[in-house]
Design a protein around this ligand. Sequence first.
Ligand code: NAD
Length: 496
Amino acid sequence: MRSPTASDPYPFANQQQPCLIGGEFLTHGKAFTNINPVNGAVLGTVTEADAALVDRAVQAARAALRGPWGRMSAAERCALLRKVADRIEARFAEFVSAEIADTGKTLKQASSLDIPRGAANFRAYADLALARPSECFETATPDGRGALNYSVHKPVGVVAVIAPWNLPFLLLTWKVAPALACGNTVVAKPSEETPSSATLLAQVMQEVGVPPGVFNLVHGFGPDSTGAALTAHPGVNAIAFTGESATGSAIMKSAAPCVKALSFELGGKNAAIVFADADFDAALAGTMRSVFANTGQVCLCSERVYVERPVYARFVEALAQGARRLTLGGPFEGADMGPLISRGHRDKVLSYYRLAREEGATVVCGGGAPSFGDERDQGAFIEPTILTGLPESARCVREEIFGPVCHVAPFDAEEEVVRMANDTRYGLAAAVWTSNLQRAHRVARQMEVGIAWVNDWFLRDLRTPFGGVKLSGIGREGGAHSLAFFSEPMNICVKL
Ligand code: NAD
């Protein structure tokens, strides 16, 4: 496998990234620039789909439902999806280059998580869709002949997939793969911050012979742009969205008039709970990962860490030492942490660092933006930060910051920490660190979240339900849950 380097450049250098509509790559219309967050350099331009292009994409997707795609057996469809996975792997280095150019994330992460998971999503859903059972009931009738009720799974129709920038390829394919496996057609909109791996995916779809209009790609922004046009379009039957809770709320409004089906994976303000009986080193290593992975830009990251008082001071010190040791740098520098996604996002996170001080926090380490004395000063780097001393009512403890930062608070009793962990408008994930088996099950079950880990974090099995409660989402994806969202079950009743 080639590793992307300066000599193996960004796949879209010197060209405008197109949209893919009805099997045609289109570059006309407005364009926006794509910025490298490592050094602020312009990577290139991207075609912005206006309402007319979005309309063409939806029409193409509708037409494709009636074309060869609609007549294909599930086995044929899933064979094509496996080819998509094979082709992603064949072009692995380009996908990695695209992803790290857009995000600045480490080469290690992009090549061990983001891109492999993208390919895995297509294989997993090809397998799951084929293995899906259907229901059958024998029903008694007054005349004694009986009836057979059986269910078939039909596609929902045209599905809009809207993805965020933090794990761009992983999260886009997490929805595109099951949507296609269930026979739908897709209009996908990646984040304006991270268009490139999605454009490569559009090329792959063409290369493996996915029929025109089955996968359409529209680039652009959210409000007053591509995203808003897509979610309001009456030809879209369902919307699968990952992003901020406030965006989910806006999308819900625009989907309301046509009563579209919605699947939402939204924000989080996740708690990690460390009991004094936990394996200290494992809890520390796990919490380091859960706070700083992907520069803190994972919806599942822990921003609230609660530590039982006997080990609190030692844990805070060890966490701060770990944070101070983290190296910051571009994808090829072997650094532990890359930049945030953009200068704009850095401004937001820095405003929370300032707010934390105003709210009375002790900044144990970090709290600012680093200075390198080189081109990285034009990038979006930020210091890993540990806060303590805030009341539970502080905005920094209640609002999602989405950066490499956590607040650490002590607790004395299990009931107290369960109450504090659940005292939030979000409900995505929690991590519980303990060596007491009974407590592990008891506390995990009481967490008001969609996913609770015990003695680990981010361990994923694609068959399990994934999603959140409260402001963190609507519905579940993963395994049978995704297949359920992307299908319409239909009952056929046959009198015998
Ligand atoms: P965002 O909501 O700003 O944008 C996500 C996508 O929605 C982008 O493609 C954007 O262009 C589009 N969009 C924005 N406004 C829109 C509108 N009015 N209509 C239609 N589309 C619109 O989110 P982000 O900043 O890209 O991502 C970070 C957020 O995503 C965080 O809140 C994070 O917690 C959340 N997230 C959640 C999960 C999860 O699985 N629960 C996973 C990753 C990220």
